[in-house]
Design a protein around this ligand. Structure first.
Ligand code: C2O
Ligand code: CU
Ligand code: CU
Length: 457
């Protein structure tokens, strides 16, 4: 695809825009995204190269869709890094639009963070240094160019980045072929196969893609699996449940929880990750288990087709979370729209649109702070999310009530419902420089619902 906007125009020929496509569920195999192979394993780090390239993909059966991709797939190559071993990833931009890459959940230097104004121009490439000094976690990478991150990410610029932590090996969670990342995105596709990107109508993105396929099935063995769920939608929230098996949540955005938690239902928003173990052991061969969203219905079917040896475990205890040092600074972050000058509204953080030349919070390195993030949009009522770069945080409470299981562990992204507030605590110890924090509904951040902090010595 020459221009990411071009298929709007192209879809005119005979296509009916907005017509809901009827996808027969469970006709397509869920792909497991390929693991990236390093081009070089240096003495002390691994090197990868990934092309940012157009591709034509079959997202719904029988239709070809033009997408922007990392390496040619809807889900970019899975980088499997290891705690303590840095990776250098070179992204070569073969598109004819600018791009850049942000490692969401990564503790990285400001220069490697994919700052919104820091771009890779067409024909150029850029190497990002990822130290992988953090504990094991499921991260993801996506476009973060200011104003365009929303459309670029929607059109396919998203991939998965897993940090495997040797310290977790003794837990014996499912590994290898039984440790599978699952990326959820949602799209609107017209009858000619073109992706429809219309920010005000994000709610009409009715097709949920599971690793790039609409409502697929996955053959599984009667044993335990680890599924790393990533909500990579621009502004979709899912409430997931399984009809015939228990989801044991073992991890979240920033890594493992203290102990597995049985979750009848899991709610997560754009940008969040949930790591679960599902045990199919007791299910007879030939049975299936369906993963559904409360609103969108079935999204993935697991078919128990074969048996396999299982020495994995759901251990009683996973790890101790790092201690919470005492906070010495408190701040408020208010997310809101201002409709007084019409549509599109102004998208604001603490009453201001993002300005790369303005520092909103100056933070002394090493400080522990408590931020209260408010969603001020009650009329009309609009959901927001909050995402912080550079470090993880812990949720302390929600509108004065204790946090729930959805907020447990080390987080970098949380839902903030209309009229509510979330109190969270973070320590800014890692790096100096400017990093954004923003609403992770990308249609909101791309029109200004983003601010920046500067960490200073
Ligand atoms: Cu997933 Cu600032 O982004
Ligand atoms: Cu991020
Ligand atoms: Cu928002």
């Amino acid at each position: 695809m020459q221009d990411p906007h071009a298929d709007h125009a192209r879809s005119g020929g005979g296509a009916v825009q907005g017509q809901a496509l009827n996808v027969t569920p469970f006709q397509t195999l869920m792909p497991v995204p390929p693991v990236a192979v390093p081009i070089r394993r240096g003495g002390s780090y691994d090197e990868y190269e990934i092309n940012v390239q157009p591709a034509r993909l079959e997202l719904v059966p029988g239709l070809m869709t033009d997408a922007l991709t990392y390496g040619g797939g809807w889900v970019g190559p899975v980088i499997r890094a290891r705690t303590g071993r840095p990776a250098k990833v070179t992204f070569r931009n073969t598109l004819d639009v600018h791009t850049n890459v942000h490692l969401h959940g990564g503790h990285v230097q400001a220069v490697d963070d994919g700052y919104p104004m820091d771009m890779i121009m067409p024909g150029d490439s850029r190497t990002y240094n990822y130290p992988n000094s953090q504990c094991g976690a499921t991260l993801w990478y996506h476009d973060h160019v200011h104003h365009d991150e929303s459309e670029h990410t929607y059109r396919g610029l998203h991939g998965i980045y897993i940090i495997d932590d040797p310290a977790e090996a003794s837990l014996r969670l499912p590994t290898g072929a039984y440790d599978i990342p699952i990326m959820l995105t949602d799209v609107k596709i017209d009858s000619a196969g073109a992706l429809i990107y219309e920010p005000p109508k994000a709610i009409e993105r009715d097709i949920v893609l599971v690793n790039g396929k609409a409502t697929p099935f996955l053959p599984v063995a009667a044993r335990k699996y680890r599924f790393r769920l990533l909500n990579a939608t621009n502004e979709g929230t899912y409430k997931l449940s399984l009809d015939k098996a228990t989801m044991w949540q073992v991890g979240t955005d920033g890594g493992l929880l203290p102990a597995p938690v049985a979750r009848p239902e899991i709610t997560f928003g754009s940008g969040e990750r949930v790591d679960v173990v599902v045990d199919f052991t007791k299910l007879p061969k030939g049975s299936s288990v369906v993963l559904s969203d409360a609103v969108k219905g079935p999204i993935l079917r697991f078919d128990v087709n074969f048996t396999a040896k299982d020495t994995s475990e759901v251990p009683r205890k996973l790890r101790d979370l790092p201690a919470l040092p005492a906070a010495t600074v408190e701040r408020d972050v208010r997310l809101s729209f201002d409709f007084s000058s019409g549509i599109p509204p102004l998208a604001l953080v603490n009453g201001k649109q993002f300005d790369p030349d303005r520092v909103d919070f100056t933070i002394k390195r090493g400080t522990t702070e408590i931020w209260t993030v408010h969603n001020d949009d009650t009329e009309p009522s609009i959901l927001h999310t909050f995402h912080l770069h550079m470090t993880h945080f812990r949720v302390l409470s929600r509108s004065g009530a204790p946090m729930t299981a959805d907020d447990a562990g080390l987080k970098d992204t949380v839902l903030v419902p209309p009229g509510s507030s979330v109190r969270l605590q973070a320590t800014f110890a890692d790096y100096l420089g400017r990093y954004p924090y923003h609403c992770h509904f990308l249609e909101h951040s791309s029109i200004g619902m983003m601010a920046q902090m500067e960490v200073v010595p």
